[in-house]
Design a binder for this molecule. Structure first.
Ligand SMILES: Cc1cc2nc3c(=O)[nH]c(=O)nc-3n(C[C@H](O)[C@H](O)[C@H](O)COP(=O)(O)O)c2cc1C
Length: 204
């Protein structure tokens, strides 16, 4: 009788612990049967602590090649990726954003305003930001696959950065610190706080 009660209590505690765990970790928790893509998508998180270690150029090229196979509107490929590694460029960037987090390399993603797709019937509708976003997403996921950390950063002084680092016909969309994660790098709470699907997906 006593043993029965003990087991029921223990089972209750276990269920409660599992439920709280699931609640806290949202749907970014690895699950049995996840495909390699889902494993990667869940494994990636914004890295905000980087190791003091350079990134070999051939590894950067592998990462950048993933951006090159991304789709863009009408395949116009208006995106540009500026790879900042020199101390003077990094110092300049640090004046324009607080979000480098000590990464040895920063990628500046922009698009050429003469090359992106423009909607003929909807003035102002153009594809530059969308094109760059999908390219950057490919890059971010490939970096994670190769053991590198990244963070997507839009907190920077756009106009100043464009003036300092880009040709006149480019608009900056995001910057992305990239490097080997520090040993203590871990996901922020935001990584696991996801709305349930029925709050973001509307079936019509
Ligand atoms: C459009 C966009 C802008 C972001 N800007 C910043 C930023 O300026 N600084 C920063 O530290 N993180 C930035 N992030 C990272 C988000 O905070 C992060 O992706 C989100 O909290 C989920 O966490 P996770 O990437 O670890 O899964 C940005 C992400 C996106 C998609």
């Amino acid at each position: 009788m006593m043993t029965n009660h003990f087991f029921k209590t223990m089972a209750g505690i276990c269920v409660a612990v599992i439920c709280v765990g699931m609640l806290l970790s949202g749907n970014t928790m690895a699950a049995e049967g996840d495909s390699p893509f889902m494993e990667l998508a869940k494994k990636r998180f914004s890295v905000r602590q980087f190791a003091d270690k350079p990134v070999p150029k051939d590894l950067l090229i592998k990462v950048l090649e993933a951006g090159n196979v991304a789709p863009t509107a009408k395949n116009l490929q208006p995106h540009r990726i500026h790879v900042l590694t020199k101390a003077e460029d990094i110092a300049k960037l640090d004046e324009l954003s607080p979000c480098r987090y000590g990464a040895p390399v920063v990628l500046v993603f922009s698009y050429n305003t003469e090359e992106d797709w423009k909607h003929g019937e909807e003035p102002g509708v153009r594809s530059g930001v969308e094109d760059v976003s999908i390219v950057a997403t490919h890059v971010m996921l490939r970096a994670a696959e190769l053991g590198l950390g990244t963070t997507w950063v839009n907190r920077f002084r756009n106009s100043q950065l464009e003036k300092a680092l880009l040709p006149a016909n480019e608009k900056a969309v995001l910057i992305m610190p990239i490097g080997f994660p520090a040993e203590n790098a871990k996901p922020s709470r935001m990584h696991t706080t996801k709305k349930p699907l029925d709050k973001t997906v509307i079936w019509h």
